[in-house]
Design a protein around this ligand. Structure first.
Ligand SMILES: Nc1ncnc2c1ncn2[C@@H]1O[C@H](COP(=O)(O)OP(=O)(O)OP(=O)(O)O)[C@@H](O)[C@H]1O
Ligand SMILES: O=C(O)C1=C[C@@H](O)[C@@H](O)[C@H](O)C1
Length: 311
């Protein structure tokens, strides 16, 4: 694990946060932001109209991440949409997601971002996009654990060593990640259940991707449950099984996700954008909302900070 991480952080991940320029979030920024938002919202909407989205959301079979392995098999069967990151990025090049990232970045001071959320909520898909537009490195916590276990898959780790062993590895990975700057981390769906993990994730900014269970069950039913051991133990039709298991898991840990610093509600974005269904939302739109919620969090955080003079 250490070798794997050390190897990956030779490039810009190691940045001393204290050396990054501190920018105040002052009223000038708000005025400027309002102007920019107006200008680019027009651009973004023009660019993200549903018919255009379909052109950019196309099946791919070669992306790698642990959940994408499943997608690949399924995409080859042609039964589900996935997202070609390069296509999304090209389409939005220099436009809203990039602008939004540029706008937020100076106020992050290099802090990392931890995406939390239920299985299939899009942490990997959206996280990769956010890392690219921010110029941050991306890490998938499940993949790091698999690498640390010499390529043993999460499903095999659960089967041969049990969940609590896996949770220990997850905490080890988060601990190591927490000493890095300028990384976006897709955490495992269950990372939120251990308080110690929050201690590490709070070194950066945590973002909860809040996706309705019905939408999650559709996505998971589409890609199968082979790599998701906690969903893989019942019989019945794929959607119903996924929905039932997700509901039980949600009852056990839904509350824990609210520890995140920022919440990205897909239902709220769909309402804002006038879409009927959360499945109409693209990863780019979700990433934009994530940056907006991070911005709101930073503004709140700043108002809570005690000025140096009062110490
Ligand atoms: N906005 C979206 N709309 C529809 N499908 C999506 C969206 N974002 C991701 N997906 C699809 O949902 C599935 C799960 O996405 P992803 O792997 O990014 O989730 P995750 O939160 O990292 O999952 P896990 O925690 O189980 O690894 C993938 O097949 C992905 O293509
Ligand atoms: O929700 C969970 O508990 C899990 C989610 C996956 O990302 C993996 O971390 C593992 O399958 C457990």
């Amino acid at each position: 694990m250490e070798a794997a991480i050390a190897q990956r952080v030779q490039y810009p991940s190691w940045v001393d946060c204290r050396k990054l320029e501190r920018k105040p979030l002052n009223s000038l920024r708000y005025a400027q932001r309002a102007k920019e938002e107006k200008r680019f919202r027009g651009l973004a909407l023009a660019h993200l109209l549903p018919d255009k989205r379909n052109e950019r959301a196309r099946s791919v079979s070669s992306e790698v991440s642990c959940s994408d392995k499943n997608s690949s098999a399924l995409l080859q069967a042609g039964s589900v949409h996935s997202f070609d990151e390069d296509l999304i990025l090209k389409a939005s090049n220099n436009e809203y997601p990039f602008r939004k990232a540029e706008e937020v970045k100076p106020y992050l001071h290099g802090r990392s971002m931890y995406l939390v959320g239920m299985m299939g909520s899009g942490k990997t898909t959206v996280g990769k996009l956010m890392s690219k537009v921010l110029g941050y490195s991306f890490f998938d916590c499940d993949t790091l654990i698999e690498q640390a276990m010499n390529g043993t898959s999460v499903a095999e780790i659960f089967e041969h060593h049990g969940e609590s062993f896996f949770r220990g590895k997850e905490t080890d990975a988060l601990k190591k990640l927490s000493s890095m700057y300028q990384v976006v981390v897709s955490t495992g769906g269950g990372a939120v259940i251990r308080p110690i993990n929050w201690k590490y994730m709070h070194k950066g900014i945590s973002i909860w991707l809040d996706v309705p269970l019905e939408a999650l069950a559709h996505r998971i039913a589409a890609v199968g449950t082979d790599s998701r051991p906690l969903l893989h133990d019942e019989s019945g039709d794929a959607y119903t099984v996924a929905f039932k298991r997700l509901s039980t898991i949600w009852d056990e840990r839904g509350e824990a996700y609210t520890n995140a610093n920022a919440r990205v509600s897909l239902e709220n974005i769909a309402v804002k954008r006038g879409y009927k269904d959360v499945s109409d939302l693209t990863p780019a739109e979700i990433a934009i909302e994530a940056f907006e919620q991070v911005q709101s969090y930073l503004e709140k955080e700043e108002t809570m900070e005690i000025p140096d003079g009062d110490l």
